[in-house]
Design a protein. Structure first.
Length: 503
């Protein structure tokens, strides 16, 4: 069986990782980890986009070569993702030879099948966005509609992909598969875009203007357009060469889920599927387009000078607090504004609800049961547990991560209320209530165990620690929950899981 294959975009290696990149990657990582928690075999790809004009200019600015800069930045991205506990299986770089070979193979195939033709292009080009614009789009001021930078006028021989001819097929695919693009609002934007005639796509740049890219195999004086090059990295990254344990023939294309930001949805839901159709390759099964992190209503981006460094945040608050805030505070698919106040509120929620539940439960088990609960104890709140699990799974399947987290926190709140209602301290004073005390503590222990499973994808470090303190050998999965629970040993008290003095 092919594993569940999911991808992040590959990030431009011309700049440092920022909070936007971190969000896309943490979101994808959470979905990957959740998949593993449900027993799915998951393959998770991320990487760096290393060709193109922007890369060349960044290297020139730093007085280095594009390849040297790419080597350094790819290491930087990898390190950032390791620091943020990203469980990627493979890191693809577009300068990898295997990728260059794949792109050239595809281009030859498209050229031979007459999916590509040459023509003169005249129009506007934005170096920053690496894309052409029409006169209408750039307007009288000649500014890029996306990044608002001045565009330049170019007139050059170019190779074009017959994208327009796939318009009907793409539309019919989107119409037949209502969940192909998530959320619906973004799907509607794509449908709106496809209301107008779809033009062919320029897929080359003359080397005299840009020589940092993959050479077209049928015309050595051109390089491949960086977006076409980059999109195919998902296919390169899906095949694992022989060095992998999975064997030489292993290939997990098509992707089951491609996570992207809304700014790159057109490239992923129009350019990409039509290129795949022309290459006779299957389309990804689903595309999730998330929103932007804003700073005072403007998109956070390097060029705006308002970015937040995720690694600096991690240094200050720890990886899990950063992961939690980003996923908890942004409704998956919408925009959200990054503020320290919101960060604090979300962190305090962790400390007051989950941290408090954990420390109360563990200290009561330590105090009243010398750290060990009798094994086959009855538990309460069975319906609540079932309901939580059901809703959590449903939200995760719908890729509404923030709602799933909400459901988990609700259960923690209910468990805190249950403590107040049961008053285990009173039960402990009455020998006739031993059974009732055991049931109460076992219920709390069971709920906390379930919460380690549900919240592990977002907070792998803290939930591993919580599982250890609960006397579990490991964080259970949804499949071995009862087995791991039945093997629990002594609970361990400790300092608060979410100390408030870090804020
Ligand atoms: N290299 C292309 C992608 C090629 S994929 C074949 C690219 N790279 S990028 O470095 O700009 O990173 C893009 C990702 O970062 C997108 O998912 C984008 O939405 C995300 N973010 C960048 N800034 C962002 C915010 N302020 N907020 C949330 N995510 C945003 O595009």
């Amino acid at each position: 069986m092919k594993p569940y294959y999911l991808t992040t975009p590959i990030y431009y290696a011309s700049g440092e990782p920022h909070i936007g990149h971190a969000y896309t990657t943490i979101l994808t990582d959470t979905l990957a980890r959740y998949g593993r928690q449900t027993g799915t075999d998951v393959t998770f790809l991320t990487g760096t986009d290393e060709h193109g004009q922007k890369m060349k200019e960044a290297a020139a600015d730093k007085k280095t070569s594009p390849k040297e800069l790419a080597d350094k930045m790819a290491e930087g991205f990898k390190k950032a993702w390791i620091d943020l506990d990203i469980s990627f299986d493979r890191f693809i770089r577009t300068t990898d030879q295997a990728h260059v070979d794949l792109v050239q193979d595809i281009l030859i195939r498209l050229w031979e099948n007459k999916e590509i033709y040459s023509d003169i292009y005249s129009g506007w080009y934005c170096i920053h966005e690496e894309r052409y614009w029409t006169s209408r789009e750039v307007g009288g001021q000649q500014l890029c509609p996306d990044c608002k930078r001045p565009v330049e006028y170019v007139e050059e021989t170019n190779y074009f992909f017959r994208m327009g001819k796939y318009q009907e097929r793409l539309l019919s695919h989107i119409n037949k598969n209502p969940n192909w693009i998530i959320p619906k609002t973004r799907r509607n934007e794509v449908l709106g875009f496809l209301n107008k005639p779809l033009e062919d796509l320029s897929i080359s740049r003359p080397k005299k203007r840009l020589d940092w890219g993959i050479t077209l195999p049928f015309d050595e004086s051109h390089v491949c357009y960086v977006w076409v090059d980059a999109l195919f990295s998902y296919v390169t990254g899906s095949s694992f060469p022989s060095e992998s344990t999975k064997g030489p023939e292993y290939n997990c294309w098509p992707a089951d889920l491609q996570v992207v930001g809304k700014d790159i949805l057109t490239t992923h839901s129009v350019y990409w599927p039509t290129l795949l159709m022309a290459s006779n390759l299957p389309l990804p099964k689903k595309i999730l387009a998330h929103g932007w992190w804003l700073s005072e209503d403007a998109k956070m981006s390097k060029s705006m000078g308002n970015v937040i460094d995720p690694l600096q945040l991690k240094e200050q608050f720890g990886t899990d607090a950063v992961r939690w805030y980003l996923l908890r505070d942004m409704p998956t698919g919408s925009d959200a504004t990054f503020t320290k106040e919101r960060f604090n509120t979300r962190y305090e929620e962790l400390a007051n609800v989950l941290g408090n539940l954990a420390s109360r439960t563990i200290s009561m088990i330590a105090k009243y049961k010398l750290g060990v609960l009798p094994s086959k104890t009855e538990t309460d709140l069975k319906e609540e547990l079932k309901e939580t699990l059901h809703k959590f799974k449903q939200h995760m399947e719908e890729l509404q991560v923030h709602s799933a987290l909400d459901v988990a926190m609700d259960l923690a709140r209910k468990a805190n209320a249950y403590i107040d209602q049961k008053e285990p301290w009173a039960l402990a004073r009455d020998t006739a209530q031993v059974q009732s005390l055991d049931t109460t503590l076992a219920t709390l222990h069971r709920i906390l165990t379930l919460l380690t499973i549900l919240l592990f994808p977002v907070m792998p470090e803290k939930m591993s620690e919580l599982a250890r303190r609960l006397g579990l050998s490991t964080v259970p999965t949804l499949n071995n929950f009862d087995v791991i629970l039945s093997e629990r040993s002594k609970v361990e008290e400790g300092s608060p899981l979410f100390p408030k003095d870090i804020l």
